[in-house]
Write a protein that binds this ligand. Structure first.
Ligand code: RM4
Ligand code: MN
Ligand code: MN
Length: 425
C-alpha cells in the first residue's frame, strides 16, 4: 500500500531543464536589467521567491465533485499514501510545497507513525491538521445534522471536541503544529438558530480544544459566509473569527479562505485588518466567481491575489506586526474537470507569481503618492509591479532548486498519470 510505484526520474527533470536553460538565462538577464533600472536587485527577489512555501491539501489530489456528481479520472490516488506520493511529485517539480495538510477522517492514517516515515522518505512533511464535523461518518454515535461545536446538545459538542483532539493526537505523531477548524454549523431558516447562544457555545467548544493542544500548536479558525447552512452561519465572517480567536487565546488565529466571502468583498483589506490586529493565521488559497467555488488559485482574479500579497509584503517589510505569526499558506481547492496534480502545479505557480510581483512594488513611491493623494499614480505603481512578467524568476529558482523549468509540461511529458493509471486500478 505504501509503495510509491512510478516516480519522475531526476535525470528526466535535468534533461527537461537542459533544453530550456539557455532561454531561461537570457530571459532572466533581460528581466534583471529591467529591474535594475527600477532600482531592484533580481538576485534578492529570486532568493525570496525560493524561500516561499505553500502547503498542499491532501483532499485536493483526487477529483472533487459537486452535489450533482463526480467524474473521476484515471490513476487517481486511492488512499492517503498515494495522495502523499502525488503531493511529493508536486514538490519535486515546484520545490516550494514541502508540506501536506491532512483532512481527518477522509485521510485518517491507520498508523500515523508509518505515514510520517513514508512522507519523510519522499521529502515531505505535514502542515495543519483539518478536522471534519460537517458530515456524519459511518459508525458515528451522534449526528451533526444540526451542528457540531455549537450544537444545542452538550453531548454532540463533546463528540465534536473529542474528534478535534483526535486530529491533534494524529498530528502530533506526524509533526504537525496546527489545527484548522471549519464547521458547517448554521441555520437554514430565520428563527432556527439562536445567533448569540450558538456563537457562545462555539467559542466555549474551541476553548476546550485549545486547552487540549500542545503549547507550541496554533489554532486556525476558518470562517465562511454561507453553505451548507443557507440562511445563517455560526462563524460567518472575519469579525466573528477575530472575536472568537481573541476569546480563545493567544495561539488562536483567523484563517482566510479566499472563497468564503460574498462576491466583490475587499479581501485584501480584511488581510490588512487582521494583520493590524495580530490575528492573521493563514490562508486557504483558491479562486472563485460566485461562492465557495474552490477554483484554481489565480484563475479568475489574479489581481486580487497580487493585492493580498501586497498587504502581506507590506507588513513583512515593516517588520511584521507584533504578535502575528508568519501566516501559513495553504491551498484549498476542488478539481472537477482537470487533472488534480496539474491544477495544483498551476496554482502553486500562480501563488508564487503573485508573491514575486508584490515584492516588486515600489513602496517608497507608493507612500509618496498616497501622501499626496495621487490616486492615478498610486494605482499605476501597483500595476507596474503586477504587469511585470516574472516568469523567468520563477523558472530560474525552480531549476536552481532541482525542480522543473516548466512543471506542467514536465508532468505531462513524464507520463506520470498514465503510469499511475496502470498502478492504481
Ligand atoms: C470547506 C472549508 C474547509 C475545507 C472543506 C472541505 O468549505 O473550506 O477548509 O476543509 O470545505
Ligand atoms: Mn477552506
Ligand atoms: Mn471552502
Amino acid at each position: 500500500m505504501n509503495e510509491t510505484g512510478f516516480r519522475i526520474d531526476t535525470g528526466f527533470i535535468a534533461s527537461h531543464n537542459g533544453v530550456r536553460s539557455a532561454d531561461i538565462r537570457r530571459d532572466y538577464d533581460a528581466l534583471g536589467e529591467l529591474l535594475r533600472r527600477r532600482g531592484i536587485g533580481i538576485g534578492e527577489i529570486a532568493a525570496r521567491a525560493a524561500a516561499l512555501t505553500v502547503a498542499l491539501p491532501s483532499w485536493a489530489t483526487a477529483t472533487g465533485g459537486t452535489r450533482f456528481g463526480r467524474f473521476p479520472g484515471e490513476g487517481e490516488p486511492r488512499n492517503v499514501f498515494e495522495k502523499i506520493a502525488d503531493c511529493a511529485t508536486i514538490h519535486q517539480l515546484t520545490r516550494i510545497t514541502p508540506r501536506v495538510a491532512l483532512h481527518i477522517p477522509w485521510d485518517r492514517p491507520g498508523d500515523p507513525g508509518t505515514l510520517a516515515a513514508f512522507a519523510s522518505s519522499l521529502g515531505v512533511g505535514f502542515d495543519a491538521m483539518n478536522s471534519n464535523t460537517f458530515e456524519d461518518q459511518k459508525a458515528q454515535r451522534l449526528s451533526y445534522k444540526f451542528g457540531s461545536l455549537s450544537h444545542t446538545d452538550a453531548s454532540v459538542r463533546a463528540q465534536a471536541i473529542a474528534h478535534n483532539l483526535e486530529c491533534v493526537e494524529i498530528g502530533r505523531v506526524l509533526g504537525s503544529k496546527a489545527l484548522s477548524i471549519w464547521i458547517g454549523d448554521g441555520g437554514n431558516f430565520p428563527g432556527q438558530v439562536d445567533f448569540r447562544g450558538s456563537y457562545e457555545r462555539y467559542i466555549e467548544s474551541c476553548k476546550s480544544i485549545y486547552a487540549g493542544m500542545p503549547g507550541d500548536w496554533l489554532l486556525y479558525i476558518e470562517y465562511k459566509l454561507f453553505e451548507p447552512a443557507m440562511y445563517s452561519t455560526v462563524l460567518n465572517d472575519w469579525g466573528s473569527a477575530y472575536y472568537a480567536a481573541t476569546a480563545v487565546g493567544p495561539r488562536a488565529f483567523c484563517l482566510v479562505d479566499l472563497g468564503h466571502h460574498a462576491p466583490n468583498v475587499n479581501i485584501e483589506m480584511i488581510v490588512a485588518r487582521l494583520l493590524h490586529m495580530g490575528k492573521l493565521g493563514g490562508f486557504h488559497f483558491n479562486d472563485s466567481k460566485y461562492g465557495d467555488d474552490d477554483l484554481d488559485s489565480g484563475s479568475i482574479k489574479p489581481f486580487q491575489l497580487f493585492l493580498i500579497f501586497h498587504e502581506l509584503v507590506n507588513a513583512a517589510v515593516k517588520g511584521g506586526t507584533p504578535g502575528n505569526p508568519e501566516p501559513a499558506y495553504m491551498i484549498d481547492q476542488s478539481h472537477n474537470v482537470t487533472d488534480p496534480v496539474e491544477s495544483l502545479l498551476a496554482s502553486v505557480e500562480e501563488i508564487q507569481r503573485a508573491y514575486v510581483q508584490a515584492l516588486l512594488v515600489d513602496r517608497a513611491a507608493l507612500a509618496e503618492y498616497q501622501q499626496a493623494n495621487d490616486a492615478v499614480m498610486a494605482l499605476r505603481t501597483l500595476k507596474t509591479a503586477f504587469t511585470t512578467d516574472v516568469a523567468p524568476i520563477l523558472a530560474s529558482v525552480r531549476v536552481s532548486a532541482g525542480g522543473a523549468a516548466d512543471p506542467l509540461a514536465a508532468f505531462r511529458e513524464s507520463g506520470y498519470r498514465t503510469q499511475k493509471g496502470k498502478e492504481r486500478r
